[in-house]
Design a protein around this ligand. Structure first.
Ligand code: PLP
Length: 263
């Protein structure tokens, strides 16, 4: 046994029985970064590489028991929030964060899976915007999620810059707005924004249908924050990590979806 104690990160998210996204992706990503992974399961999905076949949301008390147990015994460096299913879960998680005050909160505003499955009730959008965005050290929406949070379309790079500023105005202390959904032949360009300004993070577009990229990115940011990186550097390093993971991904199951390899 080593004396070296790794930092701990907590994911509060949904589980994916197929092992590609959600809690399973988060724990693999934490481990790949040398961070001890803790989990509080906010929703269970029956899922494979082709889609979600069932969702079960455990009682709120049970979710809170998991969160409280983690905070009671571990020094938590960062919390990652993923699939939270509905407004009651979001409210309870917001209250728990206020009570426990973790150093960093990474908010992946999960709404709809790539397969089209709904992972958040539409009525929960307001709770996500009002209760969780203001507690986020960094929020990591993709374009469709940012459009729903802001209530307007985002058409191009300029629109992304405006949207990132608007998300800061809603209370997130930093935003990593992911540009992969922009119809564009060039590089994928994400916009990172915080009080210090905006910067672009570009990476070559990979023509790969993958599953769990958003979860992996957000949990890599949380791991990097536990390891002492600044929020901006944690985002840049996590973007690079996902890019490398995509290149090394493999195709389990019977679909063409790639599951990220965690190294
Ligand atoms: N399942 C769970 C539990 C998730 O949290 C997510 C995304 O955050 C997904 C599925 C969807 O992942 P993807 O859109 O990469 O398929």
């Amino acid at each position: 046994m080593t004396d070296r104690l790794p930092p701990s990160a907590l994911t509060v998210a949904g589980s994916d029985s197929g092992g590609g996204a959600g809690i399973q992706a988060d724990l693999k990503t934490f481990a790949a970064h040398g961070v001890h992974g803790l989990s509080a399961i906010a929703a269970l999905t029956a899922q494979h590489t082709r889609g979600v076949t069932a969702v079960h949301v455990p009682p709120i008390d049970f979710l809170l028991a998991q969160i409280d147990a983690c905070f009671e015994d571990f020094e938590i460096g960062a919390v990652k929030l993923g699939m939270l299913a509905n407004a009651s879960v979001i409210g309870a998680v917001a209250d728990a964060l206020r009570a426990h005050e973790p150093p960093f909160v990474v908010l992946d505003p999960v709404m709809v899976a790539t397969s089209g499955a709904r992972l958040l009730e539409p009525e929960a959008l307001q709770a996500l915007r009002e209760r969780l965005l203001p507690s986020a050290s960094v929020a990591t929406p993709n374009l469709p999620e940012a459009e729903l949070l802001l209530g307007h379309p985002i058409a191009d790079r300029d629109g992304m810059r405006t949207a990132a500023s608007e998300l800061l105005d809603l209370g997130a202390r930093a935003v990593l707005l992911k540009g992969g959904h922009l119809i564009d032949e060039g590089d994928v360009v994400d916009i990172y924004a915080d009080a210090g300004g905006l910067r672009e993070i570009a990476h070559p577009r990979l023509r790969i249908e993958a599953h769990g990229t958003g979860c992996t990115l957000a949990s890599a940011i949380a791991a990097n924050l536990c390891l002492g990186l600044s929020v901006a550097d944690a985002c840049a390093a996590a973007t690079d990590y996902v890019h490398r993971a995509l290149r090394q991904g493999y195709r389990p199951g019977r679909s063409d979806i790639v599951v990220l390899d965690h190294f």
